[in-house]
Design a protein around this ligand. Structure first.
Ligand SMILES: *Cc1c(COP(=O)(O)O)cnc(C)c1O
Ligand code: SF4
Length: 367
C-alpha cells in the first residue's frame, strides 16, 4: 500500500481567469466560486505532470497519446490531495493518461453497457422499472481514465431547453416511475437555476417520490456544495439521495467532510459508489479504510462496480474473481452495512447484476 506523507501541494495563488463575483474570506485571501474552480481545472497533460513534479521526459509522450483519445481534466481541489512526485498516487492514477490507453487490446470495447439502445426521448433513459434517468449534461468536472463515458456520445443525448415539456409528458404518462435520477456526465456541472427548475417540475408529478443525483462534484470540487444548491435541495418536497463517487480514502479531506455534512443537513441521504481499479483500490486494506472513512463522514458504501472492459482502460482491469475475494475479505472485517455490493451493469438487464465468487455455498449452485 502507498503510504501518504504530509507533503501536499499548496493551492496556487493565481487570479481566476473567468468573470464572476469573487469573495474574500476573513484572512483576505481569494475565494473562488465553484464555477471558477471548474473553469481553472488542469486540462493539459504537461501542466498536470509539472504540478506533480513528475519528469516530462518519462511521462509526457504517453500522457499526450491518451489525452488525444480522451482529454485530461482535473480540478484543483482534487490535485491538492495528491502526493508530489509519486506517479502511483491513487488519485493521480485515476486522471493521468498513460501510453497503455493507446494500445489496442482484444475484448475491450467502446460501449460495454450498450447504452445507446435505451434512450427513449432526448435526455431521458428508461432502462429500469421504477426509475428514469435524466441526462442533464454531457459534461463532467473530472475525466476519469477508466470511464466508459470516454467513448459514449453523451453530448448528443443531453437535454436541451426545449425538451422539458416532452420529458415531463413522458414522466406524467408513466405512473410506474417513482424516482428520477439526474445523471450525465455530471449533473451538478449544471447551474442551480436549471436544476431547481427541474426539481420543481418533477415535484409536480404526483407519482414521483424521490430525486436522486449521481455526481462526483462534491468530492472533486467540494465548493460545489454552495448555498444555491443547498437552497433548492432543502426547498424540494421530494426525498433526496446523492450518490457520490469515491474510489480511495485519500479523496476525502476536511473540505469533502464539510460538503457532505452540509448536504446531510439539507436532508440528503448520501451513498457512495466506487469502481474497483488496479493500482488504485484493489486491496482489502484500502477498501476497508474507504468504507470506514466514508461512514465517518456520513456516507454509506453502496456499490462497488466490477470492472467494465472499456477500450483504453485495460491497465485498470481487476478480474471478477479477485474483486469478489476482496469483498469476501471486507465481509469479515466490517459490519454488513459497510460492505458495498459488488455489481456489474449488463446490457439489457433490468437491474445491476451481482458479481458472486465461483466458490458459492453448495446450496446455491445449480444441478
Ligand atoms: C445503476 C445505475 C443507476 C440505477 O441504480 P440503482 O441504484 O440500481 O437503482 C442509475 N444511474 C447510473 C449511472 C447507474 O449506473
Ligand atoms: S465523473 Fe463519473 S461519468 Fe464523469 S468521467 Fe468520472 S467516472 Fe465517468
Amino acid at each position: 500500500m502507498i503510504q501518504r506523507t504530509p507533503a501536499r501541494i499548496e493551492a496556487r495563488n493565481e487570479e481566476p481567469s473567468v468573470n464572476g463575483v469573487n469573495q474574500r474570506d476573513q484572512a483576505g485571501t481569494q475565494v473562488q466560486t465553484w464555477q471558477q474552480i471548474l473553469a481553472n481545472s488542469v486540462t493539459d497533460p504537461e501542466q498536470l505532470l509539472a504540478r506533480l513534479g513528475l519528469p516530462l521526459e518519462t511521462w509526457l509522450s504517453g500522457a499526450n497519446a491518451g489525452h488525444r483519445l480522451f482529454p485530461v481534466r482535473v480540478p484543483e481541489p482534487f490535485i491538492r490531495r495528491m502526493q508530489l512526485g509519486n506517479v502511483n498516487d491513487p488519485l493521480l492514477r485515476q486522471v493521468l493518461p498513460l501510453v497503455d490507453e493507446a494500445l489496442f487490446q482484444e475484448g475491450y470495447v467502446h460501449d460495454p453497457l450498450a447504452e445507446s439502445a435505451a434512450i427513449q426521448t432526448t435526455g431521458l433513459i428508461r432502462k429500469y422499472q421504477s426509475r428514469a434517468l435524466l441526462m442533464v449534461t454531457g459534461q463532467c468536472a473530472i475525466n476519469c481514465r477508466y470511464c466508459f463515458r470516454r467513448h459514449f456520445p453523451y453530448d448528443s443525448q443531453r437535454l436541451g431547453p426545449d425538451d422539458r415539456q416532452q420529458v415531463l409528458a413522458s414522466l406524467q404518462a408513466s405512473p410506474d416511475i417513482n424516482e428520477v435520477i439526474f445523471s450525465g456526465g455530471d449533473p451538478l456541472a449544471v447551474n442551480d437555476r436549471l436544476l431547481a427548475q427541474w426539481a420543481r417540475a418533477l415535484a409536480g408529478v404526483p407519482h414521483i417520490k424521490r430525486l436522486r443525483i449521481h455526481s462526483r462534484l462534491p468530492v472533486v470540487i467540494p465548493q460545489r456544495v454552495c448555498d444555491d444548491l443547498l437552497g433548492w435541495l432543502k426547498e424540494s418536497p421530494l426525498q433526496k439521495v446523492l450518490v457520490v463517487h469515491v474510489n480511495h480514502p485519500a479523496e476525502l479531506d476536511n473540505e469533502t467532510n464539510r460538503a457532505f455534512s452540509r448536504l446531510r443537513d439539507a436532508g440528503v441521504t448520501l451513498l457512495n459508489q466506487s469502481v474497483i481499479l488496479k493500482g488504485v483500490n484493489d486491496s482489502a486494506d484500502t477498501l476497508a479504510k474507504l468504507s470506514e472513512d466514508l461512514f465517518a463522514s456520513g456516507v454509506l458504501p453502496y456499490y462497488l462496480h466490477a470492472f467494465d472492459p472499456v477500450a483504453g482502460a485495460h491497465h485498470f482491469d481487476v478480474n471478477d474473481q479477485t474483486a469478489a475475494a476482496l469483498v469476501q475479505d471486507l465481509m469479515k472485517r466490517l459490519p454488513g452495512f459497510l460492505v458495498p455490493k459488488l455489481v456489474r451493469e449488463l446490457p439489457g438487464e433490468a437491474s445491476k447484476t451481482p458479481v458472486a465468487p465461483d466458490n458459492l455455498p453448495a446450496r446455491f449452485t445449480s444441478e
